[in-house]
Design a protein around this ligand. Sequence first.
Ligand code: MG
Length: 395
Amino acid sequence: MQRLSIIGSTGSIGTQALTIVREDPELRAVVLAARSNIALLKEQIYEFRPELVCVFDHDRAQELDRELRDEGVLPDSDIPRIVSGMDGLCEAAAYEGSDTVLVSVVGMIGIRPTMAAIRAGKKIALANKETLVCAGHIIMPMIREYGVELMPVDSEHSAIYQCLMGEEHESIEHIYLTASGGPFRGKKRDELRHMTASDALKHPNWSMGSKITIDSATMVNKALEIMEAHWLFDVDIDDIIPIIQPKSIIHSMVEFRDGAIKAQLGSPSMLVPIAFSLYAPGRPHVKEEPRLDLSVLRSIEFEEPDPETFRGLSLGIRAGKAGGLMPTIFNAANEEAVALFLDGSIGFLDIDEAIGYAMDHMDNLPDPELESILKAETEARGLVRAYFDKGDRSI
Ligand code: MG
């Protein structure tokens, strides 16, 4: 029996993880945590019967507790304890009755619960990019200190992990991090000026949350993944090469010093890397159709990314190399700009402009503590908002 805590159970990764839980009586979801989708969370509580639930928003947590009691679907003794806020999230992550914590929330809100889970000795299945991007220098030493297992959930990092099984670190020459190129692949900067949120949300291959889909359209997602891979696999940023493979069939590759290249392939489905993070080195049966059919596929194509059009990628690589607070500044400026873009306040190209502006106007700090990281996040977000409020766009 593996007992699982899902921090972010109502999002794209969380709901897919629950489909795996549903298939396997040996896998139980004992903790569910969500930000605000109470209707879905309530359905999940009735189906999966968790022991502890966290709703980030305090009022909504109380509301949920009231609803569960009023509806009378569960006897009072089976109603889970409900906690809230950051303390509640950390309590959920450290819950003593669980073995594995899937961190599938989006944003820097995932950092503290991940740290709480590591301190509690849990196996970590990490789907939250920001944890390693912003705090990799804190998290990786903690992983070693507490001797916990850290499994990547992101498809690229899961692929790299699989390619590296049985290999020695010193044999690695390069990591090829594959990218689909997103919905705007092949376009030039001028053609992107008037793209709207609904254009950018049409991802060709992957079905993901809206924030990450925009990050895929700007290629900021690939920059975040390069930084994540740097921490996970202890490989220099310069040795992690983004390459476009439009059909998302190759999930990533590793080139070794003898010239051999290993790749991991499959249909673009998040179910596979989620399941792998929970069962590795074993593999459960995953009901995912259609399977990759090589006779139908016939060919796999590659392209170089266009750093002039997709400046978010180049800015992210710059931030990753600078280290310290710069990845946080990059990430927070992007999050703020993407939110503004999604609500129609700014244009598509304003996203990378805002990131560059924040990176140019904030000071870096080597090896920042978590407090400084969170402070830089707030500052970068404020800077981006002020930049667009003032209409001062002359960088
Ligand atoms: Mg990915």
